[in-house]
Design a protein around this ligand. Structure first.
Ligand code: E4P
Length: 219
């Protein structure tokens, strides 16, 4: 499963990309606004820092405007994916941009029907919002599994990108549901590597080694 970072903070992205484990980045208007940067400059910086797909979201709400913005965003770099909201206009824009060979990420997906329509519109990625569904008492992970099942059953090649993930457990559940990718805040990315038994186990190994009087492997 590909791991994307869900942030527009260039420092946080560069720090984590250095380890080679970040496959892409997703942003949205809220994240760009929080970063306090211009969208064109910031997306360009992110595209340089990470080779994989970088989602940049339109802010127009009509199909024509979304298509025009999508083309401008795509012109920033070859790895830009145009992010579009899951509205009727968003699907028209998705279809038009996809037909032009521009990769798309259809976002704000909360139902199987929406995911089905996005796939029919040629979306490269569908982004179901797990955390926000759970906030409303729904089954976000169940939606991921249902989309995976329907896409496989009917042969859609839209990638399932689990979004709005709030915990490392969500990441594991997305992987078990067969998602192609998951996007997560840097904090959750950092938490994925940690386990208390890893820390205590390593401490014990090194304490035993120090008891021999050796500091490194040789002495
Ligand atoms: C995904 O593309 C979105 O930017 C993001 O995952 C939304 O997450 P939130 O519900 O935590 O804002």
């Amino acid at each position: 499963m590909q791991i994307f970072l869900d942030t527009a903070d260039i420092g946080e992205i560069r720090e984590r990309a250095a380890a080679g484990l970040v496959d892409g980045v997703t942003t949205n208007p809220s994240l760009i606004a929080k970063a306090g940067a211009g969208i064109f400059e910031r997306i360009a910086e992110i595209c340089e820092a990470v080779e994989g797909p970088i989602s940049a979201e339109v802010v127009a709400t009509d199909a024509e405007g979304m298509i025009a913005e999508g083309r401008r965003l795509r012109d920033i770099a070859a790895n830009v994916v145009v992010k579009l909201p899951l509205t009727a206009d968003g699907l028209i824009a998705c279809r038009a941009l996809s037909q032009d060979g521009i990769p798309t990420n259809v976002t704000l997906c909360f139902s199987l029907n929406q995911a089905l329509l996005a796939a029919k519109a040629g979306a490269s990625f569908i982004s179901p919002f797990v955390g926000r569904i759970e906030d409303m008492g729904g089954d976000g992970i169940g939606l991921l599994a249902a989309i995976r099942d329907v896409y496989d059953r009917y042969g859609y090649d839209t990638s399932v990108l689990a979004a709005s993930l709030r915990s490392p457990a969500h990441v594991e559940a997305a992987a078990l549901a067969g998602c192609d990718a998951a996007t997560l805040p840097p904090k959750i990315f950092d938490q994925m590597v940690r386990h208390p038994l890893t820390d205590s186990g390593l401490e014990a190994f090194l304490a035993d080694w120090r008891k021999t009087g050796r500091t490194g492997l040789d002495g």
